[in-house]
Design a protein around this ligand. Structure first.
Ligand code: ZN
Length: 258
């Protein structure tokens, strides 16, 4: 009979919980089951569950709110070191870096995606049909707990590059901080988002890493933009009248990102 040591059980519990989060079975912003339920599911003691939850919290993937429960904070590990590092940079610098990550991830996803990755991306594309805009930086009504677009996150999973995924999670956290959020506008309509995501998906399906890059560049150039103090829009690209209207809303103090 196999003997399971305490540290093996702890590692098993950690990878069980981590998988639930990274596969999106537990979505970002969602509350996870309570400790006794998890202990039952995994067949381990409550102290083992507590230890695993604490480890994931230190990685930035879970967050415990006293009296409310434990929530998924990020689908991949983030570091408080990264948070502090990014806090020194301007919104323009951070958004430009986010663009570079999205484009690189799209190319890597086209090269490295598995059939399971493709199926998950197809599912996410279907789920996001009908959204009023790309939920890449969506916030809950209270503006607190945030949830990501599963489509964008899954591209990072398909890219099979943990560093890209970790940096992306850190960047998204930064963009959601109050000092940055009010200056961002999400100018792509739901229909534009669906068309863009479909094109990225198609390129990843065909393993066309060149079109994956072009499709993602087109998408990130209008999904989230900045309205700066000089009333300029970054990046300064051509916009439809509807997109311009949403930018004007932000200038007038009506943040268009939800
Ligand atoms: Zn998107």
């Amino acid at each position: 009979m196999a003997v399971t040591t305490g540290s093996e059980r702890a590692r098993g519990a950690l990878s069980y919980l981590r998988r639930k989060i990274s596969t999106g079975e537990w979505a970002v912003g969602e509350r996870i089951p309570i400790e006794p339920e998890l202990a039952d599911q995994m067949g381990v003691g409550r102290s083992t569950v507590r230890e695993a939850v604490r480890s994931l919290a230190s990685m930035g993937m879970l967050e415990t709110a006293p009296g409310r429960g434990t929530f998924v904070r990020s689908a991949s590990p983030t570091s408080s070191l990264l948070d502090e590092f990014l806090a020194d940079f301007s919104l323009e610098e951070i958004l430009s870096y986010r663009r570079a990550l999205e484009v690189e991830a799209a190319q890597q996803a086209a090269l490295h995606r598995s059939d399971e990755d493709l199926a998950a991306l197809e599912q996410a594309t279907i789920e996001e049909v009908g959204c009023s805009r790309c939920p890449v930086l969506s916030l809950t009504d209270s503006g607190e707990g945030a949830f990501d677009s599963r489509f964008h996150r899954l591209i990072f999973d398909a890219a099979k590059n943990r560093l890209l995924a970790a940096l992306y999670a850190g960047i998204n956290d930064q963009l959601r901080t109050p000092q940055h959020r009010g200056r961002l506008a999400n100018v792509a309509t739901g229909a534009e988002m669906e068309r863009d995501h479909q094109r990225v998906l198609e390129a990843i399906r065909k393993r066309d890493f060149i079109d994956a890059v072009h499709a993602m560049v087109d998408h990130v150039d209008h999904d989230v933009v900045i309205v700066n103090d000089q009333q300029e829009v970054v990046p300064p690209l051509a916009r439809t009248p509807e997109q311009q209207q949403r930018i004007d809303d932000v200038r007038d103090g009506r943040p268009a990102i939800v």
